[in-house]
Design a protein around this ligand. Sequence first.
Ligand SMILES: *Cc1c(COP(=O)(O)O)cnc(C)c1O
Length: 393
Amino acid sequence: MSRDIMNTADKVMANTYKRFPIVITKGKGCNLWDSDGNKYIDFVSGIAVCNLGHAHPKVAEALSKQAGILLHVSNLYYTEPQTELAATLTEKSFADRVFFCNSGAEANEAAIKLARKHSKDKGENGRYRIVSMEQSFHGRTMATLSATGQEKIRKGFEPILEGFDYIPFNDIDALRDAIDASTCAVLLEPIQGEGGVRCPDPEYLKSVRRLCNEKGVLLIFDEIQTGMGRTGKLFAYEHFGVEPDIMTLAKALANGLPIGAMLAKEDVAEAFTPGAHASTFGGTPIITAASLQVVKILTEENLIHHCAKIGGYFKERLSWLKSRHDSIEDVRGMGLLLGMMLNTEGEPVVKSCMEKGFLINCIQGNILRFVPPLIIEEEDIDALVACLDHVLV
Ligand SMILES: *Cc1c(COP(=O)(O)O)cnc(C)c1O
């Protein structure tokens, strides 16, 4: 049966994904099962999406309840779930207003459009350029791949959208040089996810904020991967004592349902007036009702504190592995967004772990990324660490 599914998928699906040869059929908490009945401990979480774990009963309940009431109307009308979700997100963040969409890329599209429009509305006609970081990842639409500082993501799709300048992450002098009279915003991930789990130097984000204020440009944080408790705070910016003007969220915002959000301060958000931007499904009742429940669970059930604590434990265990294996170059990250850089290819390690019942992920060829559900416990971490100890040279 699973062979059939894989063979058919390989024929009829666009060939955009290199997949592992298993068919996943169900999940519960931190576990997944394939069609042959094999069980896995999930250290991928759909790439930092299922922060509450799989098949969470309260999310399932919120979904089925809303499904029987109202799936969708248009943004021509007010609805309660999206209003409540926006109110909750603004209450728990720096932001005053929220625009809902359906993915991370769309949230960044909205941020890019808002930054340009804000600048135009202020009469700064020449200002439209956005400075972003090398090794960043902001999405796969034309504007967001143009914002992404990785050649391999842009390759083949040129000409890319004009108006993006890439500089090295953690280099404040490079940022000072890059901002000129045509720059309207700086866009960055507080911790680079796809780029290799790269953390900012201690004072870097504060310096970035100061520089943006000095030069009168907006600061946009892409917290699509780092947000929703992943790093041990609800939003990663809380670790660094800085607030952005605009922030984008997606991935874990509804624990696996498609949603994106762009949040902004009032004086920036006001550039979006009726007709300036829109999305058919953005903030639709069924998704926002589920997301509301997700945010409630995240913030009311001590999960973020657990994430910080267990993340510290996990990182300590990975550092212990580093002391035992010459193939490990570096262990880094915050909370449960952890990376382990190898001096060899990561893919064989991922495959060996999968055969032993652990799903992990490899980025940039040689960096293992660990992003389990935030509900993970020590015994699952210990099991993975024992497996890695066995698999690594
Ligand atoms: C995943 C991700 C995106 C893109 O999100 P999609 O929902 O795949 O469009 C953008 N930025 C960051 C930091 C991400 O991790």
